[in-house]
Design a protein around this ligand. Sequence first.
Ligand code: NAX
Length: 459
Amino acid sequence: MGLGVPCSVVAIGLDTTPESSSLANHRGGPLIVAQSCWCGSVVGCLLAGKGPSPLIVLWPFQRTIHFEVDRAFANSMCPRQAASYTIFMVSCLLRLYFWLFCKVIYTFVPFSKYILPLPFPTTMSAPIRVLVTGAAGQIGYSIVLQIAKGDVFGPNQKVTLVLLDIPAFATPLEGVKLELIDCALPTLAGVEAVTTEAEAFHDIDYAFLIGAMPRKEGMERKDLLAANVKIFKSQGLALAKYAKPSVKILVVGNPANTNALIAAKYAAGKVPLENFSAMTRLDHNRAAAQVALKVGVPVENVKNVIIWGNHSSTQFPDVAHAKVLKNGQEVDAVGAINDTAYLQGDFISTVQKRGAVIIEKRKLSSAMSAAKAAVDHIRTWHVGTKPGEFVSMAVASDGSYGIPKGLIFSFPVTIENGKWSIVQGLKIDEFAQGKINATTKELEDERTDALEACGESKQ
Ligand code: NAX
């Protein structure tokens, strides 16, 4: 009995070509493949043993949809089979079109992705390779689960986690790997525990560079800096040699800004400078939390606090441009707090010294909040900032606000399509300028010391 429709579907494959192809092969019927690339679909069709023709491209938007039709098979079906296959195909296409519709709406209507979330998982994309260095350390232990379960790249993106630590920590690192396996996470495609840079940096898409040497008793700040920048020189060279040129890097290990500067310097030519960043998101989150406590609103009602400069005690937490949602109205944080002495005194020192207070109380440095901030940092870089919002991120200065070019300096940034831009035109008063100058000077001095430790002179 003829089918009466131009084509039918016995298998629908979303990205996982081998499974859908073998299903189609098994049933001996036509194949519909939604693929993220042309060659994937062609390979899918070939695997199904049917050849790539006829091939219809329905929508060249993110995913191309190819039909391969076996008319002889379609014509041989009984009415019941024909009806069920037709219903299946129509429902698949409706789902696909609704997904496309949502994507278009998200593009043109601000906030729509929060109001109209996709009602079904789209497709598990091919795994991305994510490196975590210092993975046997305390921040490492806190962060790996969050990355593995989709907190950074979402529930539809598989990740392969690459865990690096020094050889002396190979055994605890193996323990972290075993625990991750035991979490039985659908988003975790694999875990590799390694102790060499060649294995660690190979083909990575994202790097959380957390591992660094801790300060030992009696160690001078300058000695610690020298020890750590050498680690980041080596990792910069490894990035250039083994990573994808598109790799995005977050440096957490201290001195984070200067370590990022050194890693970027030694990866130059392969990995662009704008792919490097250092973490001041923890300081940003701390500042937002303090404002929320002071005003008496939930922290999600606070936006656009800024951390300027270095992730150190010279950083400048600034609320001059921050907004607070209070009693349903968006107001300036400065007005809502209405206490200049606090804003120029206790507020700044609380944020600057928060790390030291936590060490004093916990006898260990911040790990849970640092891991959460690193997740926030890369998540925002990956998905972008919301309209009207900015976040703090230490990135290479382009000369904005008079900061010397190339210094890795924490600025307010907006992010779109994976690219950050420094927010321009914010008014800086005399008080703020003094604070910004102090943190700039510290970063310039760190750069001089770091280059010297790497056997280079300042450029
Ligand atoms: P831990 O001492 O617990 O862990 C560090 C881990 O790094 C250790 O397992 C160590 O073996 C490993 N490591 C050392 N050298 C390595 C190398 N060359 N390659 C790979 N791994 C290496 O420290 P943790 O509390 O996890 O802190 C890690 C770093 O983050 C420190 O430098 C710390 O100062 C810094 N922080 C930065 C923050 C920021 O906001 N930028 C906040 C939190 C944290 O203080």
